[in-house]
Design a protein around this ligand. Sequence first.
Ligand SMILES: Nc1ncnc2c1ncn2[C@@H]1O[C@H](COP(=O)(O)OP(=O)(O)OP(=O)(O)O)[C@@H](O)[C@H]1O
Ligand SMILES: [Mg+2]
Length: 482
Amino acid sequence: MTATITIGHEAGGKPVDFDIEELLATRLLVQGNSGSGKSHLLRRLLEESARLVQQVVIDPEGDFASLADEFGHIVIDGSAYSAGEIEALARRVREHRASVVLDLEGLEVEQQIRCAAGFLTALFDAPREHWFPALVVVDEAQMFAPVAAGEMAEDTRRMTLAAMTNLMCRGRKRGLAGIVATQRLAKLAKNVAAEASNFLMGRTFLDIDMVRAADLLGMERRQAERIRELDRGHFLALGPAITRLPVAVKIGPVRSGLKARAEGLMALPETAPADMEALLTGDLAADIRETAPPPPPAPRIEEVSEAIDRAEARQVAPEPLEPDSNPNTVAERIAEIIAHLARDESVAFQSSSAQYQTFLTRCRRERLIGPMPDMRAFHRRFSIAGAGLAELADQTQSAILRLAESVEEDLLAPFLVIAKAAHAGETKVDENAIARAYGTSSPGRIRRLLDHLERQGIIVVREEYGGGRTVLVPGLDHLPAE
Ligand SMILES: Nc1ncnc2c1ncn2[C@@H]1O[C@H](COP(=O)(O)OP(=O)(O)OP(=O)(O)O)[C@@H](O)[C@H]1O
Ligand SMILES: [Mg+2]
């Protein structure tokens, strides 16, 4: 049995080989822009070495689950297990030397990170008698070992950085060889990148990533310009497991995955996957979350109104309340109801149509008769009330509302919260206030919201090295402070 695999070929057709034993000792870093062919490269590496070494793949995008079909990897669906189960699984993966793909596709970003970190830490902490050699492949590694904490909670950041640092810096003795791939080298924590001695650099557009790549390769920056022009599937390779001098390699074809099905099957692995799967997941099955029946579809708004009307008709009418129809008092009362609902925690996380229904029900209960705001108008007023804009001077209010004209309707509420805070000179994001205004408690959704507003030029977000995040709203600075 040889421990060498061919990863691809040089332009002249000369094969470029990887010494897997050396790779176990010296680790690998792959970098390249989106579409440069990193995942393809990792797949080629995994396929070619599948018979030689145990493999563990941390797969945020669900790219590698298809390895199971032809190579017998066990796919662990990260979303189906609790934290304790994921750790128990990792210990069994070590014990039974199973090749596995930890598929994180079904999880929110922060949960993906926590799941992977728990899994990696348990691999690392396995007892000494289970320290067998294994390749541990982490795609999109900048997510798991970011330079800046970005939007993730502090304890998540610590947990994942420790897991990745252990893997790359201290894993060798335990048999774990980290293979990390990233789109953005400059966003990958330096200590994690620096521990790899083998590099495969694919097409890279951004100067900042190229400079980091050149530094790691020990190349002149001018020389490193080569990686800007690389085609998809072409990489510059260097390192003790590959070559002493940089070579340009075109990565060879893969067998698994959607495209290459037609190329035929490989012989089945020696351990039947079903046996391996039973070993790994046997007792855990009982604890897997039971799939709840899907909730009934939400009733249509008209049905809800009719049901309310019917219910009210059944109730004993309260003392003949004079329906209030004085336009001024009605308008005032509507404003009060909106302000009241905007402060109500239980209303904040309802859907927009449920919020509007709650409002209409309240008005009906008070027998307010008069022009009612429609759903759009209600939401605008609800957002303004929720952000507490009324506390500001008229001039400030109208300046903020002018800026808000370019904000999409469903983002109005969180934008107003951000704008009010920015005007008050607070640049730190109050995630709770934004979460409440946006009706979500998902950090991932809040991060996407901020990204979106920033792309539209409505806000400016600055990530700090220490993990904080500040938000500025251009166009508010000329206003007098209050
Ligand atoms: N050496 C190659 N030979 C043939 N096809 C390739 C090769 N490398 C990449 N491709 C194809 O190019 C496309 C993009 O490759 P891949 O998904 O590996 O990119 P990536 O660098 O992982 O991108 P991302 O960072 O967005 O995940 C895929 O369809 C893949 O099959
Ligand atoms: Mg990829």
